[in-house]
Design a protein around this ligand. Structure first.
Ligand code: NAD
Ligand code: UDP
Length: 322
């Protein structure tokens, strides 16, 4: 069989770079397209000289050109941290709408299978917990989070239109809170904040009273779920996440314990529209893909903390040298 050619938009980002690693290891040729808005060349530095890896520094909100055959397109380009919803609202809307349209156009032109990185944010601030894929969500279109939630909801609608009209083979993964090695140190999401604060001995910033919940899944479990979804025939959206639901206060305490930090917890205002609960119903992934997560939070946090310590140390040394 000819070598599979896989395009990964957002491939220099946190999740995207793990996908690049995964498909290179599977023997694919990987074309990573990223404009480095929130990603980093550091995430793919180890792949840059690989004979089956190509990096294109391009904004996918503009027309995307790729030479030759393409078998798969995984569309992961988009800022994803709530801290960026206020900083980059127009870029988020553009990449969710125009970027998705361009990536679908490329898939149609090449006859490639298309996979969209959607999100649990399509459920908004949910009234049902856990959230099954059949839950239609509760999103405020004009809220701060609306730029991301609506962009992803639009992207899902666009994918389904290409599926129905052009008979494109499409997959939609609804990703729940994912963490792990290579997350941006200053990304602004809860775990990068807590881990960097704990390592530096600074106060841990819990928003609200910390009673809101999330369900954190490790990136390698996510990559495994995405691989299974891509090779399945399931075109309906599939939740991928770890159903181990926890309050943010509990996670903050776990990070303090696992880093051996003396940091104190401080409480800050809860951002507007912050979902009160979030937990995936993963029955569909279990039944249709035979997937369930394997990395528990303690182990996942321990390896993430080790990665953060190493990168913070390197950044520190680089600063001292300069
Ligand atoms: P990330 O910011 O690390 O990665 C996003 C990548 O997309 C970055 O490398 C960025 O430079 C690139 N990018 C952004 N706009 C672009 C554009 N116009 N053209 C080309 N590249 C562009 O974030 P992440 O956490 O790795 O998220 C990746 C994807 O997964 C996103 O689509 C996000 O919505 C989705 N997702 C992530 C999570 C999570 O918990 N991490 C949860 C749900 C969904
Ligand atoms: N959060 C927090 N402290 C921080 C950053 C985030 O308590 O320093 C909270 C945030 O209000 C939310 C949860 O942690 O309730 C998860 O936030 P994150 O930004 O990781 O992603 P979200 O799930 O909200 O998209």
């Amino acid at each position: 069989m000819a070598t599979q050619r896989t395009v990964i938009t957002g491939g220099a980002g946190f999740i995207g770079s793990h996908l690049c690693d995964h498909f290179i290891a599977k023997g694919h040729e990987v074309i990573c397209i990223d404009n480095l808005l929130t990603g980093s060349l550091e995430n793919i530095a180890h792949l840059r000289n690989h004979p089956r890896f190509t990096f294109l520094n391009k904004d996918v909100s503009n027309y995307i050109a790729v030479d030759g055959r393409v078998d798969h397109i995984l569309h992961f380009a988009s800022p994803a941290s709530p801290a960026d919803f206020e900083r980059l609202p127009i870029q988020i809307l553009k990449v969710g709408a125009m970027g998705t349209h361009n990536a679908l156009g490329l898939a149609k032109a090449k006859g490639a299978r298309f996979l969209l990185a959607s999100t649990s944010e399509v459920y908004g601030d949910p009234e049902v917990n856990p959230q099954p894929e059949t839950y239609l969500g509760r999103v405020n279109p004009i809220g701060i989070r609306g730029v991301y939630d609506e962009a992803k909801r639009f992207a899902e609608a666009m994918v389904m239109a290409y599926h129905r009209v052009h008979k494109l083979e499409t997959r939609i993964v609804r990703i729940f809170n994912t963490y792990g090695e290579r997350m941006r140190l200053d990304d602004g999401r809860a775990l990068p904040n807590f881990i960097t604060q704990a390592i530096k001995g600074e106060a841990i910033t819990v928003y609200g009273d910390g009673s809101q919940t999330r369900s954190f899944g490790h990136v390698l479990d996510l990559v495994d779920g995405i691989d299974k979804l891509l090779s399945s025939n399931v075109w309906e959206p599939v939740n991928i996440g770890n159903p181990d639901e926890v309050t943010l206060l509990q996670v903050a305490k776990e990070v303090i314990e696992l880093t051996g930090s003396k940091s104190q917890i401080v409480y800050k205002n809860l951002p507007p529209g912050d979902p009160k609960v979030r937990r995936p119903d993963i029955s569909r992934a279990r039944d249709l893909l035979g997937w369930s997560p394997r990395i528990n939070r303690r182990d996942g946090l321990a390896r993430t903390i080790a990665d953060f310590k190493e990168r913070m140390e390197r950044a520190h040394v680089a600063r001292d040298v300069a």
